[in-house]
Ligand binder design. Structure first.
Ligand SMILES: [Ca+2]
Ligand SMILES: [Ca+2]
Length: 183
């Protein structure tokens, strides 16, 4: 097959796969909310950061603590600060800061998730979809080529084994098609 034909076949395969159904990706996020107010903001932030195919679920029993206020008092222009108390990471939010709590919490939640500020759904998919196989920040035919090169193989840590079950098969193709958007 020449390049154009291969590309066409790949696109058709993906278009068909997109019709076959969906496999959702759920990501557990470990952050301890220090108060009900912070928890509400945190749950809202995680919901907003989710994309429909990547969902973030709060695990409130581990991870850094997010809490409102702290000693000493904040400078008025500070949104939040990160510190370590007794070996544990704490993020304190300025109760009178320049941003509403919901927005401030979302920024810090994105940081915990390793996402850029104002993360787009594309950022979330690239980071958590597992489909950016060559880790260049985009999900495209180069990644698809890596997956197809490993298709049918068994083993641990195979590139293209998106669901981590030790084989690269149709399930991984389906997952990939969830994160790949036709150009
Ligand atoms: Ca890529
Ligand atoms: Ca697999």
């Amino acid at each position: 097959m020449n390049g154009t034909v291969r590309k066409t076949v790949a696109l058709l395969a993906l278009a068909l796969l997109a019709l076959l159904g969906t496999v959702a990706g759920a990501v557990n996020v470990q952050i301890r909310p220090g108060s009900p107010e912070v928890e509400v903001a945190l749950r809202q932030a995680l919901q907003e950061l989710g994309t429909g195919d990547v969902t973030f679920t709060l695990v409130a029993s581990a991870g850094p603590t997010f809490r409102l206020g702290g000693v000493p008092a904040f400078n008025p222009d500070v949104v939040s600060r990160s510190l370590t108390r007794g070996g544990e990471r704490v993020v304190e939010f300025n109760p009178n800061g320049p941003l509403p709590l919901a927005q401030a919490v979302k920024l810090e939640a994105a940081r915990v998730l390793g996402l850029p500020e104002n993360a787009t759904p594309q950022d979330v998919r690239a980071r958590y979809g597992g489909a950016d196989l060559n880790a260049d920040g985009r999900i495209d035919l180069a990644d698809f080529a890596i997956l197809t090169a490993n298709y049918g193989k068994n083993g641990s840590g195979l590139p293209g084994d998106l669901n981590g079950d030790g084989k690269v098969d149709g399930v991984d193709l389906q997952l990939f098609s969830k994160f790949y958007t036709l150009p």
